[in-house]
Structures are given as structure tokens and as C-alpha cells.
Write a protein that binds this ligand. Structure first.
Ligand code: SF4
Ligand code: SF4
Length: 484
């Protein structure tokens, strides 16, 4: 057992109101520079839809993540030889049209205009060419609140093979918001694909970073990341990505997207995991990937885990934080949070609580679990997003969320002092009370349990703690080419 600590995030999709505050705070701080106009380290998509960049989930097109060959996980876009052959021309790279041509408006004209017969207008101009644009045809959030024709949004890869005929009707349509950021994966394809060995995963907290001095702008990481969460900055010829607001985390504060979240949907905390099993579990059967990833996460109260963690240098502040971790509760205790597209095999560490949705059709009296299949958002669709198509864990999680509502309704509306809870879901009354406290009330101290980085106390050089792929071995950091 090799115990490591990871700071991770859970987002409760049931509560996201699609306000985009998270995206805007992130943009103001991290990507308001020249060359990064189109970069949204955090963006919020409306599902179903093709997302940003367009069809990022289509790995046939972009060839991101890992596949299993001869019992080993290999990058989908190819090994060392393939990466080298694509250095100067990479057909699976997203193009500017897959994002959008960044633009702004001629605001000066509005402010400086002399008196005219007609009101002055602010025309858009391109931030790439500096020329006036006839019209804006695309943007980072073009499908907001189901904007645009369903015919376009139908290209959502998660809808493949589903009968979507009914979804166009107003009464049957459904939507939810999906905020996205770098997943700070346990098995990051970006790091493995970098010919310069510039991408590393910090051993002490699992944050994936790009060493800007080492980055040579080959952009292989952009192809390899299946979530398309690395952006190329043409003004600097470097790739850039979400840094999980590490200067804030090091001083015990949550990321800006989490701190500013209006819906209080984001939770951050530490989990301990067994790094020695990552290579093996990344090759598991597709339908088992969620369970395998879940089993990597260790019980922070287990004496054996604590002993091994201490031996391997996990700081006491991280061990204490892991015991109070809100994300651990949602992932492991209650099993209501899931990784985004585990089938990409990068082992993402930003997880999601699936949303409940209004019931369609006739209401079924009595057994409310039967209502699951009446929900507007098809369980099959959520399972494709969060459990590689396995519907069972999603069903159980949705049932728990429904049972929680019924429990609280009995208590607060109907005045029942001790409502019964469904035994088949395996949660106690106490756990429903806890779930309510975390999911509905969501106090700051409950949502964010972040230890101060040991580096802050000990003035350690964080760069010296870096680890390629997160596991420092005797030879030092592993990169695709075995270098440091
Ligand atoms: S999502 Fe995973 S693969 Fe993509 S940039 Fe982040 S760590 Fe790398
Ligand atoms: S700030 Fe929170 S509620 Fe608003 S869009 Fe972002 S994640 Fe959703």
C-alpha cells in the first residue's frame, strides 16, 4: 500500500443555478491575459449539449485519455513514436473553430460618440485579428439554458444511441448545468503525453501543474487530456491549465470557483488513496472502473492507513483533514458522488452528485422509487456521464437523494418526529441528518476542510517535491521518455 493524499472537489449538480460566477471569478484571476482570451479554466455547460470545446466528449475525434492494449493502459492518441510523429501536425488537436473566435465590443465608440441621428452601436471585433466582425457566431457558452436548436445539441456524445425523438417537446425536455475544470487526475494522460516532461502531479496534494519553464508548446497534452482542460497560449507559446488555485489551498482556503459559488454546490477536502494500485485499476473492465476508483480511496480512520501514510510522509495536517473531509463522505460513506467519465481511465478527482429532476407523465402514487424512471433526466444518460454506463450506482444515489427529501419533508412539513428511512438503501437516520446538513445547509466550514500546506510551515521548496505522474520512485519523476 502506498498512501498519498489528494485534495479533491465534489460538485452537487442538484444545486447548480448556472450563474457562471465561478467561471468569471476564475477568468478574472487566471486567464485575463493576452493569448488566453478563449481559455476558460472553469466553464459551465448546459447539458444535453456539445459543450466547450465542441464535442469534447467525442474521443473518436479528439483521441484523449487512455485505452487498454495487451493488458496495459496506453494513451489513446498513441505512444512515444506516435507523439513524436505528431509534433508538427496533430489531426486530433482542437482548432479555433472548436472553441470560438474571441471577441470584444467597441465600447469606446459608445463612450466617445458625438451626437448622431441614430444611437451609436458597439460592433464586435476579433481579439485574434483586431478586425470588426460581421456577427458573433459562437461563444464559450453558446448553448446556455438550452439555447439553439436541438438538432445541434443532439450531437452530445452522451446521447448516442438513445431515442431522442421525445426530447424536443417542451414537456419532455430536460437540462442541468455541468461546471467543469481540470480533474487533477490520479492517472493524468496530459502528464504522460508531454514530450518535455513539463507536467507533474504534486506528491503532497495531487495538484497537476505545468512547469512553464519546461513547456515547449508541443500541445500533445491538449490532445491527450480527454476533458480538454489544457489551453495553448499563442502569445507565450506555452500550454496553460487550472492550477487548483494552489496558492490559496496552501494557506487553507478553497479555490476561487468554490469560494465564490453562489449555489454553494462545491465541496473541497482531502482523501487518502492507495497509489500502488493505480496502474492496475486503470486497466479494469469499463463497467468496473467507478468501483475500482472508489476502492482506491482509503478509510482515513483506519489505524493501518494512518500508519502507512505517516511512514510515507503524509503530513499530520492532511491526515486530520482527511478525517473531516466532506468529499470523502459523499464519495465513500454515502456513495452519492461519482467521477466524470471514468471510462477515460485518467481517474479524475473532481466528482459530481447527480441532479434530481422533475417527474414526467402520470404521477405514480406510493412507492417513490418507482418514480425514478419517470424523471426527466434519463438515468441512462447520467450513467453515461458518471459511471461509464453502469446505471446501478446512479439509481441508488438518486434513491438516497429522494429518500432524503421524503425524510425531511415528513419531519418539517408533516411534523413527524422520527420518520422511517428505507432500510434497503443502507443509510441510517443519523446519516440522512448529516446529508441534509451538508447538502442543503452547506455551511462554509462543512464545505471546505483544507489543510494548510506543510510547505507553508516548513518553507519547503514545493518544486523539489514534484512528481511525474504523482509517484516519485527511486529513479525520480517518470515522464513519457523516462526523464526527470
Ligand atoms: S483533466 Fe486530467 S488529463 Fe486533463 S489536464 Fe487535468 S489532470 Fe491532465
Ligand atoms: S458559481 Fe456555483 S452555482 Fe453558479 S454556475 Fe458556478 S458552480 Fe453553478
Amino acid at each position: 500500500m502506498k498512501v498519498q493524499a489528494q485534495i479533491c472537489m465534489v460538485l452537487n449538480l442538484d444545486k447548480c443555478i448556472g450563474c457562471h460566477t465561478c467561471s468569471v471569478t476564475c477568468k478574472n484571476v487566471w486567464t485575463s491575459r493576452r493569448g488566453m482570451e478563449y481559455a476558460w479554466f472553469n466553464n459551465v455547460e448546459t447539458k444535453p449539449g456539445v459543450g466547450y470545446p465542441k464535442s469534447w466528449e467525442d474521443q473518436e475525434k479528439y483521441r484523449g485519455g487512455w485505452v487498454v492494449k495487451n493488458g496495459r493502459a496506453v494513451l489513446r492518441h498513441g505512444g512515444r513514436a506516435a507523439v513524436m510523429s505528431k509534433l508538427f501536425s496533430n489531426p486530433s488537436q482542437p482548432q479555433v473553430n472548436d472553441y470560438y473566435e474571441p471577441f470584444t465590443f467597441d465600447y469606446e465608440r459608445l463612450k466617445e460618440s458625438l451626437r448622431t441621428r441614430t444611437a451609436p452601436s458597439a460592433r464586435p471585433y476579433s481579439l485574434v485579428t483586431g478586425r470588426l466582425m460581421d456577427t458573433v457566431k459562437d461563444g464559450p457558452n453558446w448553448e446556455d439554458n438550452l439555447a439553439g436548436p436541438f438538432a445541434k445539441r443532439r450531437a452530445d456524445p452522451d446521447l448516442r444511441g438513445m431515442d431522442t425523438a421525445g426530447f424536443e417537446a417542451f414537456e419532455a425536455s430536460f437540462m442541468y448545468y455541468l461546471p467543469r475544470l481540470c480533474e487533477h487526475c490520479l492517472h493524468p494522460a496530459c502528464a504522460a503525453s508531454c514530450p518535455s516532461g513539463a507536467i507533474y502531479k504534486r506528491a503532497e496534494d495531487g495538484i497537476v501543474l505545468i512547469n512553464q519553464d519546461k513547456c515547449r508548446g508541443w500541445r500533445q497534452c491538449i490532445s491527450a487530456c480527454p476533458y480538454k482542460k489544457i489551453y495553448f497560449n499563442p502569445a507565450r507559446s506555452k500550454s496553460e491549465k487550472c492550477v487548483f488555485c494552489y496558492p490559496r489551498l496552501e494557506s487553507g482556503e478553497p479555490t476561487l470557483c468554490a469560494e465564490s459559488c453562489v449555489g454553494r454546490i462545491r465541496y473541497m477536502g482531502v482523501v487518502l488513496f492507495d497509489a500502488s494500485r493505480i496502474d492496475e485499476y486503470a486497466c479494469a473492465d469499463e463497467k468496473e472502473l467507478y468501483e475500482k476508483q472508489l476502492s482506491l480511496i482509503l478509510d482515513p480512520n483506519d489505524a493501518e492507513v494512518i500508519r502507512a501514510a505517516r511512514e510515507q510522509g503524509v503530513a499530520d495536517s492532511f491526515l486530520e483533514a482527511a478525517k473531516k473531509s466532506p468529499v470523502y463522505k459523499m464519495m465513500k460513506d454515502w456513495k452519492i458522488a461519482f467521477p466524470l467519465h471514468p471510462e477515460y481511465r485518467t481517474m479524475p478527482m473532481v466528482w459530481y452528485v447527480p441532479p434530481l429532476s422533475p417527474l414526467g407523465g402520470q404521477d405514480i402514487p406510493g412507492d417513490f422509487f418507482a418514480k425514478l424512471d419517470q424523471m426527466r433526466i434519463p438515468v441512462r444518460y447520467m450513467a453515461r456521464l458518471l459511471t461509464a454506463g453502469d446505471e446501478k450506482p446512479i439509481r441508488r444515489a438518486l434513491m438516497k437523494l429522494m429518500a432524503l427529501r421524503a425524510y425531511m419533508r415528513s419531519k418539517t412539513v408533516e411534523g413527524c418526529e422520527a420518520p422511517a428511512v428505507p432500510p434497503e438503501l443502507g443509510l441510517s437516520t443519523r446519516q440522512y441528518e448529516d446529508m441534509y446538513r451538508y447538502l442543503a445547509i452547506a455551511d462554509y466550514e462543512d464545505r471546505f476542510v483544507i489543510p494548510t500546506a506543510p510547505a507553508v510551515h516548513e518553507q519547503t521548496d514545493l518544486f523539489s517535491l514534484r512528481a511525474g505522474l504523482g509517484f516519485e520512485d527511486e529513479e525520480g519523476c517518470r515522464t513519457l521518455f523516462g526523464g526527470r
